[in-house]
Design a binder for this molecule. Sequence first.
Ligand SMILES: Nc1ncnc2c1ncn2[C@@H]1O[C@H](C[S@+](CC[C@H]([NH3+])C(=O)[O-])CC(=O)[O-])[C@@H](O)[C@H]1O
Ligand SMILES: O=C(O)C(=O)Cc1ccccc1
Length: 257
Amino acid sequence: MNYDKLDPELYPTKLYLSPEKDKLFEKGVWPKPFAFNQDVVNVFDNMISRSVPLYQEVLTCAAHWAREYYQPGTRIIDVGCSTGTFLELLGRFLKQNATLVGIDNSQPMLEKAEQKLVQIKQIHQIEFICDKAENCSFENSSVVVINYTLQFLPLQVRQLLLRTIYEGLVPGGLLFVSEKVKSPYPQFQETITRHYEAFKAHNGYARTEIERKKEALENVLVPLTEAQQVQMLYDSGFNQVDSLIKLHNFISWVALK
Ligand SMILES: Nc1ncnc2c1ncn2[C@@H]1O[C@H](C[S@+](CC[C@H]([NH3+])C(=O)[O-])CC(=O)[O-])[C@@H](O)[C@H]1O
Ligand SMILES: O=C(O)C(=O)Cc1ccccc1
C-alpha cells in the first residue's frame, strides 16, 4: 500500500451546486420530449443531484481516478460537462496545473459552467467546446470522463464516440463512465425502478413529477444493460473494464487503454 497516495482531506467533498429548485414537472408546461433547454439548465444542478443516486460520491470518485491517471502535459476531458460541476471539483483536487476541457452541445449549460469555473481558471487552463461530442477530438488526453451522457446518444453514435475516445487517449489513459442501466430481467427491472422512484420521492419529487418526467424521457434517455455497455467498451478497444459504484439503476465504470 502506498500511503502517500491516501489523502484524508478529500472526504467529505462538497459539490458546487446552484440552489435553484427543480419544479419543472410540477405544473403548467414541462419539457416533453425532454431537452436540455434554458428552463432545464436553470435548475439542472438541483435536478441531477436529486435524481441521480450517489451523484456526489460518483463525482468525487471520478476526481480521485482522474488525479491518479492524469499524465502531465496531456488533457483531461469531461464529455457532457453540463454546468461544470465535475471540472470545478476536479480543479480543486488537482495539485498540479492541468488543461481541463469541457464538452457539451448546450450553449446555456456552458455559460453556467464558465461562471462556475471562474476561480478554477486562476489555477488551470480551462477550455469549453460547444459541439456534439461525436464531432470532437480526444487527442492527447490521459483522462476522459463521460457521466450520464452516452445514454442520450443514438446507439451507433455511442459506439463511434467510444472508439474515438479510445483512439485519442494516450497509452495508459483512463475513461470514467457513468450511465443509467436496465436489468435484463423484467422482474428485477420492475423492482429496481420502484426503488429508484422511491429514492426520487425521498428527495422531494411528487408522484406526478416522477411520472411526467418518466414520460418525457421515453426514447430520449435509452439505457442499455450493464453487459451491453461493458461489451461496447471492450469493442471500442479498452482492455480493462471494471465497475466501481452502483445503486438502483445507475452505475459507474473505469476502462483502461
Ligand atoms: N451529443 C452530445 N454531445 C455533447 N453533449 C451532449 C450531447 N447530447 C447531450 N449532451 C449534453 O450531455 C449532458 C447530459 S447531463 C450530464 C451530467 C454531467 N456529466 C454531470 O455529471 O453533472 C446528464 C443528465 O442530464 O442526466 C447535458 O448537459 C447535455 O447538454
Ligand atoms: O432517469 C431519470 O429518471 C432521471 O431523472 C435522470 C436525469 C437526471 C437529469 C436529467 C435527465 C435525467
